[in-house]
Design a protein around this ligand. Sequence first.
Ligand code: GN1
Ligand code: MG
Length: 367
Amino acid sequence: MKTDVKNILGSFLEPDAETDALQLSIGHINKTYKILVDGCPAFILQQINHKVFSDIDALMQNTRLVLSTLSAYVAQKPGQLQVQRLVPTLDGNWVHRDNDGGYWRMFTYINGAKTIESVRKYSHAYEGGKAYGMFLEGVSKLTPDQLTTVIPDFHSLEARYKTFEHALELNPGNRKSEAFAEIAFAKDTIDRMMLIPEMISSGELPLRIVHNDTKFNNLIFSSDGRAIAVTDLDTVMPGTSLFDFGDAIRTAANRGREDESDIHKISFDISVFESFAAGYIECAETLLTREEIRLFPVAAQYMTFIMGIRFLTDFINGDLYYPTRYPGHNLTRCRAQFTLFSRMNEQMQAMNKIIARVTARLNAVKS
Ligand code: GN1
Ligand code: MG
């Protein structure tokens, strides 16, 4: 085990604990470790990226409020979802500050935890939809003013596009010419992707507390294939259900990886879309408006487009935000997202039909 992690653990656990730490490859922003005690997984230790989350106090206040709200919710639904708990340091704080100014926190480990990188079973997509739907219901007790917006304009396409245009103007990494096709795609597509932001501004889409980072691998599954927890709660803030629905589809229904370099491997699995939508709408339907549900297919494209813009902007800026493994990694990620966007486009009608079918089925069950 790296000595610094061992030292950090000393702030959370008594020195006689026999521990080991395994760094997880999950997540781009924070560093996450699975902590074994006497050989068994017992905790999740995390170094918070405080360049991205600059207000650590607000982040931790949000986390505590979200965890306690969710705990109260799941207590009424025995056997469905579990909620991680924060583990305080030995001197009673929620965060440990290391000698280099780093911030660390620890959570309890959910037993049997498995994450799914690539959805191969439709039952997993349905389970995932149910878990994120329940999550939406669970946090619906919170009002937007109770949580700090720790990253402003997180899914604002207007803001993300402005940042992209600014990067194009400055071209600091001198990489614009390598991304000619992707820049053109972004410029051609932006106008029709502004529908969701416009409907948020006009009040046609309700603002709610949402997760904002519903990648499929932020779900924890039991070994028998049930989705038992939702993790990565740092970005739980005001937003729309379309962000959560869309980001889950972006990651679950893509048969290729988020950074797949062979674009022929990227395809959109419409049955994953259908299974996830069925689970999500079934569990959140008392909250969701007809307009939100109708726009779920557009939401999948919106989140895919915004992620493509973010990767492209970071490529042009010289890879300042996302860690990369090779010089063109962010451009590969962008290309993969824009390809997925086009694959979704071909299935727009099919997605709309599915949404109509799922809602009709639910209405029939109710009447
Ligand atoms: C980042 O750190 P991670 O992997 O959970 C990003 C998300 C993106 C995602 C793309 C705070 O999430 O918005 O969807 O990468 N989180 C932040 O994989 O920027
Ligand atoms: Mg995250």
